[in-house]
Ligand binder design. Sequence first.
Ligand SMILES: Cc1cc2nc3c(=O)[nH]c(=O)nc-3n(C[C@H](O)[C@H](O)[C@H](O)COP(=O)(O)OP(=O)(O)OC[C@H]3O[C@@H](n4cnc5c(N)ncnc54)[C@H](O)[C@@H]3O)c2cc1C
Length: 459
Amino acid sequence: MAATRMVVIGGDAAGMTAASQARRRKGPDELSIVAFERGRYTSYSACGIPYWTGGEVDGPDALVARTPAEHRERGIDLRLGTEAVEIDLDRRRVRTRAVGDGTYEWTGFDHLVVATGAVPRRPAAEDVPGIDADGVYGVQTLDDGEAVLDGLGRDGVRRAVVVGAGYIGVEMAEAMLRRGLDVTVVDRADQPMGTLDPDMGALVREAMEGMGIAVEFGAAVREIRAGDDGRVRAVVTDRAEHPADIVILGLGVAPDTRLAREAGLPLGEHGGLLTDFSQRVRGHDGIWAGGDCAEVFNLVSGDTEHVPLGTHANKHGLVIGTNIGGGYATFPGVVGTAVSKVCELEIGRTGLTESRATAAGLRYATATIESTGRAGYYPGAALMTVKMIAELGSGRLLGVQIVGREGAGKRVDVAAVALTAGMTVERMTSLDLGYAPPFSPVWDPVLVAARKTAGKLRE
Ligand SMILES: Cc1cc2nc3c(=O)[nH]c(=O)nc-3n(C[C@H](O)[C@H](O)[C@H](O)COP(=O)(O)OP(=O)(O)OC[C@H]3O[C@@H](n4cnc5c(N)ncnc54)[C@H](O)[C@@H]3O)c2cc1C
């Protein structure tokens, strides 16, 4: 009997994890696996680009978890430089175009994995004239990382402007600082890190200014000015003109679902593919989707949303590969956990912000506390701010945001577990968390926040 064929579109986290996991479960006699990737790399860590461009880690090879050759050795027919251009659901086949010579080919499938990722948001030239000037970079792929490093290597590059102050923007601001540049961050929002409440975003902003990063918030970029040589010279906002020798765009991403949409696969309100818990595209047997091109279920709000993070993409891939490989696995959803940092400032968040809780129709109390991350007398004890949000009535934890120095960011994981378990903040107050002076005060900051929030709920 001929082997079943699995076709994967997209050779990074979700796609190649799915392919590898399916291969682990089924040999080539049972399952043939073809993976199409339009770029040059597979299984790469875009997450490492800020640290590579900042000079802290090597790249690009060090950022590749598994090379094309390693995938091929494991019996995956990986086709680099090959772009999928059409999905024919009726005849169960995918049309591809070779990036090099432009030749087209059809490949049939029994199982199709759509793992096309996301596309970075980039304003159109009619909205922001000059956006295509030489020296303006997005940061999505390892090729982008190489382009940024080339840009940094040019003569006279002293001033960087980062447009967009989400987590990629602030991480790239740090990278530019590490390269010794004068750095300005602009964003049309009033505070950086839109995934935090504004009061917590304000702490990030203050810390960024303290690090010597110039900021302009609440102002949209209107134009990017270039010199006669076509190279970027300045970023012009509603209120100011910021001189720039290099511009980094960190404006967020949207799910890359053009192929899926044209094929008639179901998309959610955030533009991502809709799947069931097994990562099967809703209503389509044998069609699977995961990673940044798919929407996820939020276990706290009960909504689907687009959360483009590598942590989810890898888990989706594992679930898809297990299911195609004859096993059973599900991805239940996310609670919205993310960590990031700008220089020594760590930022963690999980669950709902105040605005998200309000949008979900939830009434809540909040409490914000300041505490050190170690016993106050222990060397290096530094402050962190913890904000906790809990539902009125039930007392259920809804969300936590933490901004502070060493040890702040990953503390949010405790709250992520509490959210997943559906704990009340009252129950959290007696959690058995580890304590020793180098790691925590005797009352961990998360416990202090839980006690204060529980007190507010009792009022
Ligand atoms: C700078 C940066 C920092 C990040 N930091 C973090 C972090 O700290 N933590 C975290 O959890 N996440 C982070 N992320 C997000 C993380 O990288 C993504 O969520 C993850 O890579 C998504 O994996 P994916 O497989 O869904 O999509 P992608 O990694 O985008 O891969 C999709 C692949 O599909 C290919 N492709 C698309 N369309 C086609 C087609 N038609 N034919 C053939 N190939 C196609 C693309 O070339 C691409 O290689 C970061 C991202 C960036 C850019």
